[in-house]
Design a protein around this ligand. Structure first.
Ligand code: ATP
Ligand code: MG
Length: 277
């Protein structure tokens, strides 16, 4: 069975989808098979991966699989992504569109929070990792992901509100989700600091994230880079020569994901792109 990792923060726009997609890319480059499950009705991870909904020939989405509430229902919604890259065939997608909002109506239904876990049953056995991109909320859609996940990664910016939200997420994961979603072994696997700029305020917030989360903070931090935002909105893999720096950063972040923070640190020679700040 794939190791399932949910990317969360109830603050919006901090880089959850970007991190999910770029780690999926990094893992695929390392030869891993990755299933991305888009749990956000905004469908940003789906479009960043080059998948687009065709209303003339509607493709199935994760909403239908959750609604079905049957074991393995997600099998029929797993699709190829739209990237042209040698490693793209190792990434598959369970996409989302706005209809995923309809699943919110089931939030009060007995046991509804188990439905994604049920839908994924057996479906991700042939993958190494399943990455779950969560919406900016801790409500039902995120809870479906947390009930199905083994690990959680909190994505945050070095901004006071994002840091406060990250702390709330940690408490939510380590106390409430473990207990209320019957997932007592759910692990907080890491904290990604995204979109770091060079201002003093950001440096202060970055340091306070390191104080709060200690060794859970993954290296390298991801810098604010227009080329990264552009690759996302253009639905492209991070292959252009202009994206060399964010590409190098995500390769290192992938190493951290795979082998742990310290091993990746050791790979960072001074002056390399993406070096730790
Ligand atoms: N390191 C970065 N440098 C520059 N732009 C970035 C960076 N990370 C993310 N962005 C941009 O910021 C915006 C928000 O990123 P993203 O969609 O990944 O955040 P999110 O947390 O998933 O948002 P939401 O809460 O809406 O799901 C996007 O336009 C994305 O391209
Ligand atoms: Mg998102």
């Amino acid at each position: 069975m794939a190791r399932r990792v949910a990317f969360v923060n109830n603050k919006g726009g901090v880089g959850k989808s970007t991190t999910t997609v770029r780690l999926a890319e990094g893992l695929a480059k390392e030869g891993k098979r990755v299933l991305v499950v888009d749990m956000d009705p905004q469908g940003n991870a789906s479009s960043m991966l080059g998948w687009f909904y065709d209303s003339e020939r509607p493709q199935p989405t994760i909403s239908q699989a959750i609604k079905a509430d049957t074991e393995g229902a997600a099998r029929s919604v797993v699709q190829p992504i739209g990237w042209e890259a040698p490693y793209a065939e190792r990434i598959a997608l369970a996409p989302a569109i706005l209809t995923l909002e309809n699943r919110m109506a089931e939030a009060g239904v007995d046991g509804a929070w188990r439905r994604l876990d049920t839908a994924l049953e057996g479906v991700d056995d042939s993958f190494d990792y399943t990455l779950l991109d969560c919406p900016p909320s801790v409500f039902h859609l995120t809870q479906l992901a947390l009930a199905a996940a083994h690990d959680v990664v909190i994505v945050t910016e070095a901004d006071i509100y994002a840091v406060e939200a990250a702390e709330r997420m940690r408490d939510f994961v380590t106390v409430r989700a473990r207990r209320n979603l019957a997932n007592p072994t759910l692990e907080l696997r890491g904290v990604v600091i995204n979109a770091l700029t060079t201002t003093a305020v950001q440096a202060e917030q970055r340091d306070s994230i390191r104080r709060i989360f200690g060794d859970l903070v993954w290296d390298p931090t991801i810098k604010h880079r227009t080329t990264l935002a552009e690759a996302g909105t253009d639905a492209l893999p991070l292959t252009s020569p202009r994206a060399a720096e964010p590409r190098a950063s995500y390769e290192l972040l992938t190493a951290t994901f795979l082998v742990g923070r310290h091993a990746a640190q050791a790979m960072l020679a001074p002056g390399t792109p993406g070096a730790i700040v």
